[in-house]
Write a protein that binds this ligand. Structure first.
Ligand code: GRF
Length: 210
């Protein structure tokens, strides 16, 4: 049974999608052993509590420097035996020390089709505002391995979603979550946990040769 840690900052709908997928058997061979939020009031912590999943808040503001924050995070993850770290709406930019400690074992869900609408400053609703501003007709979500950059790691899965005429950022965000994020994040986790997808020399290898 592979231990997953999920890092969150907000509502936790992607965390919920992972919890539901495990309960429904869409993710096999894994359990969530820890949820960490950087925000004490994140509803994602409620979701963890309701599902009897250990959760804690590790807030960068409580540490005098980045080094100490990283040490606290790495300590908590290693205590939980985390073998895969999932960033699900997590808004803290990870340091290279943290990424190195879990090299090749951190994945992230981003609410656009990378390399469009990603990188510094592109998160949450802002992504969908920019999508509508640019007038693209298709957007979606991406699951990728995390490297030293922002949204620059090797892409694992993507799913496209139509942009509709009267979309507002909120309507579009909801559609991208429902039709893309909540599907590809659990699917990517299941594939990684079951060895169908893995990282080799910086490239994503698909066992079933998709
Ligand atoms: C979602 O748009 C997700 O793509 C982004 O953070 C937002 C909040 O996600 N990474 P959640 O509801 O907290 O999972």
């Amino acid at each position: 049974m592979l231990n997953i840690a999920v890092l969150v900052s907000g509502g936790g709908t992607n965390l919920q999608a992972i919890i539901d997928a495990i309960n429904l058997g869409k993710i096999t061979g894994a359990r969530i052993t820890l949820v960490i939020s950087n925000k004490p009031d994140a509803y994602a912590l409620e979701r963890a509590a309701k599902n009897d999943i250990s959760a804690c808040c590790i807030n960068p503001k409580d540490y005098t420097n980045r080094e100490e924050y990283d040490t606290a995070m790495i300590k908590a993850l290693s205590k939980a035996g985390a073998e895969l770290v999932v960033l699900a709406g997590f808004l803290v930019v990870l340091s290279s020390r943290f990424v190195k400690a879990y090299e090749g074992k951190i994945i992230n869900i981003h609410p656009s089709l990378i390399p469009s609408f990603c990188g510094d400053g592109y998160y949450g609703l802002k992504v969908h505002e920019k999508v509508l501003e640019r007038g693209v007709k298709v957007t979606g979500a991406t699951v990728h391995f995390v490297d030293d950059g922002t949204d620059t790691g090797p892409i694992i899965m993507q799913k496209a979603v139509d942009v509709k005429q009267d979309d507002t950022p909120q309507i579009l965000q909801k559609r991208v979550m429902e039709q893309a994020e909540w599907k590809i994040l659990p699917a990517a986790i299941h594939a990684i946990v079951n060895g169908e997808i893995y990282l080799e020399n910086g490239r994503v290898i698909y066992q079933n040769k998709r």
